[in-house]
Design a protein around this ligand. Structure first.
Ligand code: FAD
Length: 463
């Protein structure tokens, strides 16, 4: 008897979620086919299907760990290729409420790789697997099912650029990893199933990014300078160091306060950020390439876990299930964790879709609570604010204030934000007491008091 669960699994979409999914399916299916609209083999530049790749991307610490399990030696391979890595809270300079958090090693890695480079390394590892193949430049049109619609049997695809003859690809399992624009909700409806309900948090966020060649060194030994958007300082940025004096500056503005796309406007926005060293560095730096913008209206969580009926042999993963506000850097990590959960799920035999969706629910819950909870701290973001959210945000503000004085809190925060430690670790009574005491001390000191408390005009808004 074959040890495989089936002859062929087909993964729709060759982005990060599709790649990690293909990796785990290759252990269980005789062959795995990745169907992707873009040309992707050997591609190391941003591509049409992943426009977010032109903006800062960080793989959270938990994502690093899972990726290393899925692709042993990946970290070594990245560093051997000149990609810079360092400690998430020891080698990155984080600013919250206009003040720098005290740096302290967390033991967790941060990789300073452009997203296309990271994806290219992961893709090369996946496509090197003997039973994985890619069909690129092909768009998925619809699912194919048994006559009663109870089981997915394959997909209908067509060449993308020249709209060639449609073709059927049969499959024992289809996994939708086509991202936020996934058509599974519509396909379900066409087949007579319910669409999943959607939880949304409207943030009206935009990223505007540009590469620069620096003529000064604002980083020293640090890997990045990141002012985090907070209600008092709503403008944020990710300013990451790459080899050869190259940097990527991604500006973020929410609730319609979008960073401009023209050079002068871009610089003006940069000037309003709390760490002055970012503006000082890019002011005289050489701009490289165009300015890229990405608009992100809302975080969307599709509640497949709440459906009662779902076709057999179909799964959904990655952004197609939940697309998080990107400023928290969670999407790739969640995709990797979901793929690891899929591997465990398949260890028990044939995929059971509704059970799988319930299995990945706790994986999504924590980052969703972190990102949606923090977003609801901005008065302009619509949504119900439970007591838990209000208390959580009030406590996090104190923790950040305390972290200006004591690196222990910076480390504890990033272990949770990096999805390594559960949020409850920040609620241990002893830590809470320490946080409150230290925050009080920091607030009494004008050198560490949050900038929004020093003046009526919040820093980070246009002058
Ligand atoms: C501005 C921005 C910044 C971000 N920063 C971070 C970060 O710092 N850290 C982090 O972890 N995450 C970040 N994310 C999120 C991250 O990019 C995604 O969560 C992650 O890449 C997983 O996406 P995915 O593979 O599910 O979907 P996608 O990346 O959207 O990939 C979907 C793939 O499917 C293909 N496709 C779509 N439709 C079809 C079709 N019909 N037929 C064939 N192929 C199709 C597309 O071409 C694409 O290759 C960011 C997102 C944005 C928008």
């Amino acid at each position: 008897m074959s040890e495989h669960l089936g002859e062929r699994a087909v993964v729709l979409g060759g982005g990060m979620a599709g790649l990690v999914t293909a990796r785990v399916l290759s252990d269980r299916y005789r062959t795995v086919m990745v169907v992707e609209r873009d040309p992707i083999v050997g591609v190391t530049e941003p591509r049409r299907g992943v426009p977010q790749a032109r903006h800062a991307h960080a793989l959270l610490a938990r994502g690093q760990q899972v990726m290393e399990e899925l692709f042993p030696g990946l970290h070594g391979e990245l560093t051997a290729n000149g990609i810079l890595t360092g400690d998430l809270s020891g080698d990155l300079r984080w600013y919250v409420n206009g003040r720098q958090l005290r740096q302290a090693d967390s033991g967790l890695l941060s990789v300073s790789a452009a997203r296309p480079a990271l994806e290219a390394h992961v893709r090369a590892r996946v496509l090197a697997l003997p039973n994985v193949e890619v069909r690129e430049r092909v768009t998925v049109q619809r699912l194919e099912t048994t006559p009663d619609g109870g089981r997915v049997t394959g997909v209908r695809v067509a060449r993308y650029e020249d709209a060639g003859e449609p073709e059927s690809i049969s499959a024992d399992l289809v996994v939708d990893a086509t991202g936020r624009g996934s058509r599974t909700p519509a396909w379900l409806q066409e087949l007579g199933y319910k669409r999943p309900a959607e939880d949304t948090i409207k943030v009206d966020l935009a990223y505007t990014s540009r590469f620069f060649r620096l003529d000064s060194d604002p980083f020293g030994t640090d890997l990045a300078i990141n002012p985090v958007a907070t209600p008092g300082n709503p403008r944020g940025a990710f300013f990451g160091k790459f080899p050869d004096q190259i940097t990527l500056l991604s500006l973020t503005g929410l609730l319609g306060d979008h960073p401009p796309r023209d050079h002068d406007g871009f610089l003006r926005f940069t000037r309003t950020l709390s760490p002055p060293e970012i503006y000082q560095a890019v002011r005289t730096a050489e701009p490289l390439g165009d300015i890229a913008t990405f608009r992100f209206p809302a975080s969307v969580r599709r509640r497949y876990d709440r459906l009662r009926r779902f076709p057999d042999a179909l799964l959904v993963i990655g952004d197609a299930v939940c697309s998080f506000n990107p400023v928290y850097g969670q999407g790739m990590t969640v995709a990797a964790m979901e793929a690891a959960a899929l591997s465990e799920h398949l260890a028990d035999g044939e995929p059971r879709p509704l059970q799988f969706f319930r299995q990945i629910n706790p994986i999504i819950d924590v980052p969703w609570e972190i990102s949606a909870g923090a977003d609801l701290g901005f008065p302009g973001v619509e949504g119900p604010r439970s007591l838990k959210v209000k208390l959580g945000n009030a406590y996090m503000a104190r923790l950040h204030t305390a972290a200006q004085l004591d690196g222990r809190f910076t480390k504890a925060f990033f272990r949770v934000a990096g999805l390594v430690d559960p949020p409850q670790t920040l609620m241990r009574p002893r830590l809470v007491l320490d946080v409150l005491r230290t925050a009080r001390r920091a607030k009494a000191d004008p050198a560490t008091r949050p900038t929004d408390e020093l003046s009526d005009a919040p820093k980070g808004l246009p002058a």
